[in-house]
Write a protein that binds this ligand. Structure first.
Ligand code: SAM
Ligand code: SF4
Length: 316
C-alpha cells in the first residue's frame, strides 16, 4: 500500500517483546522497562493475524525484533508462522546474539533468512559497561553460531557513540575481513530515556570513512551506504538517521509487542490492533499508513525524538 506521499510500505518491524536481559545505556533504563500486563500483549495468534493482514496490504518483509526477541519462549513458532505467511518473502531478525548458540540452527529452520546482531565494541570492559550486564564473549559466540547456521547474511550493528567506540572503528570494520559479515555503523538516536548522552556522543557516521582510507564505495542497501575494505568478505554499511535522514525512502511501519502500530519511529502517534478482528486490523493498518508523516523533525542531543517509548519498547 502507498502512503499519501507515494511511498510503497512493504516492510513491517514486529516487536515480539519489550523485555531484554541487557540494559544498553542508549536503549533501556537500568531498572528495565515497566513490564506490560500479559493481557495487554498481542498473543501469537494476534501477531500472526496482523502479519497476514499486513501481507494482504503489500508487506513482503518482516523483521522480528524487540526488546530481545530470543527471550520470547515461543519465538520459533512465531518465526515459523511469519515466514510461512503467504506474501511474506523475507523473514529477518535483530538480536543481541546471546541466545544464538542455542537457537541459531532452529531459527534458520523456522524460515529466518538473515540476522542482524548488535555489537558496539570489541573491548570486554566497554561491552560490560554499555550493556550494564552483558559479556562480550557471549555476543561473539552468538555471531560464530549464526555464521555456522547458514543464514543468507549475518550483519553486525554497531551504534556509533562519540567518546565510547569511535576509537574502535578500524577494529570493528576489520571484522568484515575476518568473517563473511557486513558491519553497519548506526548513528545514535536521541530517544526517551537516553538523555544522559551529551552532544559529544552524537557523531555523524561519515566519520567512519575518515578512519578507513582504503574503503571503496559500493551500492546502497536499503538505508545503508555501502563500502568495502580490500580483501573483505562483507561490506561496511553507514546508516545516518540523524545527520542525513532517509524519510523520503522510508518503506516501514512498526508493530509493538502491545499491539500498537507506529507509522514513524519518532512520532507519538499509535494505532491499536489489540482485540480486533481481521477487518478491524486491516482498517487500522490503512489508518496508520495514511498517517505516516512525510518526515521527522531535526534530531540531536537537544531536539529529541517525539516518541514516548524507548527503543526497546518500540522495536529497533
Ligand atoms: N535486542 C536486540 C538487539 O539489541 O539487537 C533487538 C532490539 S534493539 C532495540 C534493535 C537495535 O536498535 C539494536 O541494534 C540497537 O543497537 C539499536 N538501538 C537501540 N537504541 C538505539 C539508539 N538510541 N540509537 C540507535 N540505535 C539504537
Ligand atoms: Fe536489549 Fe537490544 Fe536494547 Fe540492548 S539494544 S537493551 S540488547 S533491546
Amino acid at each position: 500500500m502507498r502512503d499519501v506521499y507515494g511511498r510503497e510500505i512493504s516492510y513491517l518491524r514486529l516487536s515480539v517483546t519489550e523485555l531484554c536481559p541487557l540494559r544498553c545505556r542508549y536503549c533501556m533504563p537500568e531498572e528495565g522497562v515497566c513490564k506490560l500486563r500479559h493481557e495487554d500483549l498481542l498473543t501469537e495468534e494476534e501477531m500472526l493475524r496482523a502479519v497476514r493482514t499486513a501481507a494482504g496490504l503489500g508487506i513482503t518483509k518482516v523483521r522480528i525484533t524487540g526488546g530481545e526477541p530470543l527471550t520470547k519462549p515461543n519465538i520459533l513458532s512465531i518465526c515459523r508462522g511469519v515466514s510461512g505467511t503467504p506474501g511474506i518473502r523475507e523473514t529477518v531478525l535483530t538480536t543481541n546474539g546471546i541466545r544464538l548458540p542455542e537457537l541459531a540452527v532452529s531459527l534458520r529452520e523456522a524460515g529466518v533468512s538473515r540476522v542482524n546482531i548488535s555489537l558496539d565494541t570489541l573491548d570486554e570492559g566497554k561491552y560490560a559497561y554499555m550493556t550494564r550486564r552483558g559479556h562480550l564473549q557471549d555476543a561473539l559466540a552468538g555471531i560464530r553460531c549464526a555464521l555456522d547456521a547458514g543464514f543468507e547474511k549475518v550483519k553486525i550493528n554497531a551504534v556509533l557513540i562519540g567518546g565510547f567506540n569511535d576509537d574502535e572503528i578500524p577494529q570493528l570494520a576489520a571484522l568484515t575481513q575476518r568473517w563473511p559479515v557486513d558491519v553497519r555503523f548506526i548513528e545514535l538516536m536521541p530517544m526517551p530515556g537516553n538523555q544522559s548522552f551529551g552532544s559529544e556522543s552524537y557523531i555523524p557516521v561519515m566519520k567512519v570513512l575518515k578512519c578507513l582510507p582504503d574503503a571503496v564505495p559500493c551500492d546502497e542497501d536499503g538505508v545503508a551506504s555501502l563500502y568495502r575494505l580490500p580483501g573483505a568478505l562483507g561490506h561496511i554499511g553507514l546508516i545516518s538517521p540523524v545527520s542525513r535522514h532517509f524519510c523520503a525512502g522510508c518503506n516501514r511501519i512498526r508493530l509493538t509487542a502491545d499491539g500498537r502500530l507506529k507509522p514513524c519511529l519518532h512520532s507519538a502517534e499509535e494505532f491499536s490492533l489489540k482485540g480486533l478482528s481481521d477487518a478491524g486490523m486491516a482498517e487500522q493498518f490503512r489508518r496508520a499508513i495514511r498517517a505516516k508523516p512525510e518526515c521527522h523533525g531535526q534530531l540531536d542531543a537537544v531536539n529529541r525524538s517525539l516518541t514516548r517509548r524507548g527503543m526497546s519498547q518500540i522495536g529497533g
